[in-house]
Design a protein around this ligand. Structure first.
Ligand code: FPP
Length: 271
């Protein structure tokens, strides 16, 4: 079967992108839970790693298209703190894949004006992965296009725990008074400090869970669940998610009539 994604022409794609830009707001920040690599592989009688490898192709396509659409931030949940408990072989293969992907893709990312960032317990990663990450971050640091945030050895509870720990130390040192603790103050201690909250959260493979992703940051994100497994999630599937997002009315706890005023908490309105 000829895949529809292989045969879509550049002209078709340009037209779809222009349409999306005309139809409504492009999310400033898209966060993605890339799920279903294992099931994708199993369905094809392939080893799980084959699903992860094909998943890297999806990462490449989605990063490219986010840059083209003018998305400012893309956060990919690439490895959770819980993923360390997977079979040892799968963990080491995932780490190798990540390392190779970073090594092979950094030049292209740089050429496309993408800057690479990582959030999570980066010290827990193998030193070779940390080195590739540092190289990618350094090389792309001054790029002004898409900011790609890789969530690695990350979980929302880890993020909150670290934040609370740092905040407690600052209170103890007298740098911060308990009365000064508000949402803005807390955000400064999170791994995502300086990054606007996601406007759109996409999860693939039909699962309706947040899975310990950006627990604080997703407070008002619009959620799109795609039935497609991550290795099959390419630009057309992202266009569908954005089209759906553009139909939503984001009320941030208010009523429709109040939405004419600029809203606190919306990165789209803040920009
Ligand atoms: C979830 O599928 C996917 C992961 C745990 C790993 C995601 C990693 C990649 C796509 C490759 C590297 C990423 C980058 C940023 C280059 P699953 O294994 O949980 O699938 P299942 O639920 O079907 O078992």
């Amino acid at each position: 079967m000829i895949s529809r994604r292989v045969k879509s022409s550049k002209e078709d794609d340009d037209r779809l992108q222009s349409q999306l830009k005309l139809n409504g707001t492009i999310p400033v920040h898209i966060a993605i839970i890339m799920d279903g690599n294992g099931r994708w592989a199993k369905k094809r009688n392939l080893p799980r790693i084959a699903g992860h490898k094909e998943g890297v192709e999806s990462v490449r396509d989605i990063v490219e298209v986010c840059g083209q659409l003018g998305v400012k931030h893309l956060t990919l949940y690439a490895f959770s703190t819980e993923n360390w408990k997977r079979p040892k072989d799968e963990v080491s293969m995932l780490m190798r894949l990540l390392m190779n992907a970073l090594r092979d893709e950094t030049d292209r990312l740089h050429k496309n004006n993408v800057s690479v960032n990582a959030i999570g317990d980066i010290d827990a990663l193998p030193i070779e992965v940390q080195n590739e990450l540092n190289d990618a971050k350094t090389k792309t640091a001054t790029n002004t296009g898409l900011q790609l945030h890789l969530a690695l050895s990350y979980s929302g509870r880890w993020d909150l725990t670290e934040a609370i720990k740092k905040l407690a130390y600052d209170v103890k040192k007298g740098i911060l008074q308990p009365d000064q603790i508000d949402t803005k103050a807390i955000e400064k201690y999170l791994a995502t400090n300086g990054i606007p909250d996601p406007d759109l959260l996409v999860r693939t493979s039909g699962e309706f869970r947040i899975s310990n992703f950006l627990l604080w940051q997703l407070a008002y994100s619009e959620i799109f669940i795609s039935p497609v497994c991550w290795p099959d999630f390419r630009r057309r599937e992202l266009y569908e998610a954005i089209t759906d997002f553009q139909k939503r009315e984001r009320r941030f706890g208010l009523v429709s009539e109040q939405l004419k005023e600029p809203l606190e908490g919306s990165s789209i309105i803040k920009k």
